[in-house]
Design a protein around this ligand. Structure first.
Ligand SMILES: C[S@@+](CC[C@H](N)C(=O)[O-])C[C@H]1O[C@@H](n2cnc3c(N)ncnc32)[C@H](O)[C@@H]1O
Ligand SMILES: [Zn+2]
Length: 276
C-alpha cells in the first residue's frame, strides 16, 4: 500500500461500531475497506470510498441540491470562484482566499499527517493543501475530502487529477456529523461555506474538535454571516440553511470546545481560525 494511504488507515474509524481496525482490500481506486470488528464493508469505486453504503441521512433541500450532477458540474465554475467577492462586497479573488487558508494552516505543515476538507464539494480547499504537501515533499501526508454527495466527490477527484494533486488526496462519502476518523488524528481541517448547510452544525463542530490534534491542529472556517431577516427566514425554512451572527458563531465554536485564534469579518463573510 502507498505511504499516504498507510497514514489514513490507522486513523479511520468504522462508522458502524467505532472500532479502528479497518483494512483495505484492493487498492485506492477499486476495492473496499473492511472492519475487523463488525465486518462492515465500505466499497471504494473510482477512487471514492463510500462510508454511507446504505444511503444518505435525511437531507435538507440545500443538501439535496448537492447530490445533483448539474450542481456538481457548475458549482465551482459559476459560483465558488466569485462567492467571496459577492459575500464581502470587496474584491476577494480565489488567490486571496487560498492565501488566507494556507497561512492559517502553515504551522501544521511541519510534519506528515492527515488534513481534512470538511464537506468538500469539489475540494476547492483540499486541492491547494495537497499541492503544498507535494511541494514540501511530505510523502506520507494525505488530504481527505468528505462529502455526502458522490457526484461532488467524483468532480473533486477529476479536478485533482487534472491539476496533478490527486496522489496526495482521497475522498470519503460520509456524514460530517459522524466523521469516520479516530480522535486527535487530523492536523488541519478546512471548511468552506458548509457551516451554513449542515443540518446540525453544532454536532459537526464537536466532531471537528474530537478529530483535531489538540494544540498543533488548526481549523479554518469560512462561512456566511446573517443575511437580512426576510432572506434568512426564507432560506432557513425552504432550504434548511443555518446562519450565525458573529457573536452566535463565536459562542457556538467555543461551546464545541474549539479555541478561536483569529476572527475576521468582511461584510457578510466570516473567516475564523481555531485550534482544539
Ligand atoms: C456550500 S458547499 C461547500 C463546499 C466546499 N467546502 C467549498 O468550499 O467549496 C456544501 C457541501 O456540503 C456538503 N454537506 C452538507 N452537509 C454535510 C454533512 N453533514 N456531511 C458531509 N457533507 C455535507 C454538501 O453535499 C455540499 O457539497
Ligand atoms: Zn465496524
Amino acid at each position: 500500500m502507498d505511504t499516504r494511504l498507510a497514514t489514513l488507515l490507522p486513523r479511520l474509524r468504522c462508522p458502524v461500531c467505532a472500532s479502528v481496525s479497518l483494512t483495505l482490500q484492493g487498492d485506492r481506486r477499486e476495492g473496499a475497506f473492511a472492519c475487523g470488528q463488525c465486518s462492515a464493508h465500505f466499497p471504494v469505486r473510482d477512487g471514492v470510498a463510500d462510508f454511507l453504503p446504505n444511503g444518505n441521512p435525511a437531507l435538507t433541500f440545500a443538501q439535496l441540491t448537492g447530490q445533483w450532477q448539474l450542481t456538481a458540474t457548475v458549482y465551482e465554475r459559476l459560483w465558488r470562484t466569485r462567492a467571496l467577492s459577492l459575500l464581502s462586497g470587496e474584491n476577494f479573488p480565489p488567490e486571496r482566499e487560498i492565501g488566507l487558508l494556507l497561512d492559517a494552516l502553515e504551522p501544521t505543515f511541519t510534519e506528515d499527517g492527515l488534513w481534512l476538507d470538511a464537506a468538500c464539494s469539489t475540494s476547492y480547499y483540499g486541492r491547494p493543501i495537497a499541492r503544498q504537501l507535494l511541494e514540501r515533499g511530505r510523502d506520507a501526508s494525505l488530504v481527505v475530502g468528505i462529502d455526502l454527495s458522490r457526484r461532488m466527490l467524483e468532480e473533486a477527484r477529476a479536478y485533482a487529477v487534472r491539476e496533478g494533486v490527486a496522489e496526495a488526496m482521497f475522498w470519503l462519502r460520509a456524514d460530517m456529523s459522524a466523521t469516520p476518523l479516530n480522535d486527535a488524528t487530523v492536523l488541519g481541517i478546512a471548511c468552506g461555506g458548509s457551516l451554513n448547510e449542515y443540518r446540525d452544525a453544532r454536532s459537526v463542530l464537536r466532531e471537528g474538535r474530537r478529530v483535531l490534534r489538540p494544540e498543533v491542529g488548526r481549523y479554518f472556517i469560512m462561512n456566511q454571516l446573517d443575511p437580512p431577516l426576510v432572506i434568512r427566514a426564507a432560506l432557513s425554512a425552504m432550504g434548511g440553511l443555518t446562519f450565525f451572527t458573529r457573536q452566535l458563531l463565536n459562542d457556538t465554536l467555543e461551546t464545541a470546545g474549539l479555541r478561536i485564534l483569529s476572527a475576521a469579518d468582511y461584510g457578510k463573510l466570516a473567516i475564523t481560525v481555531l485550534t482544539a
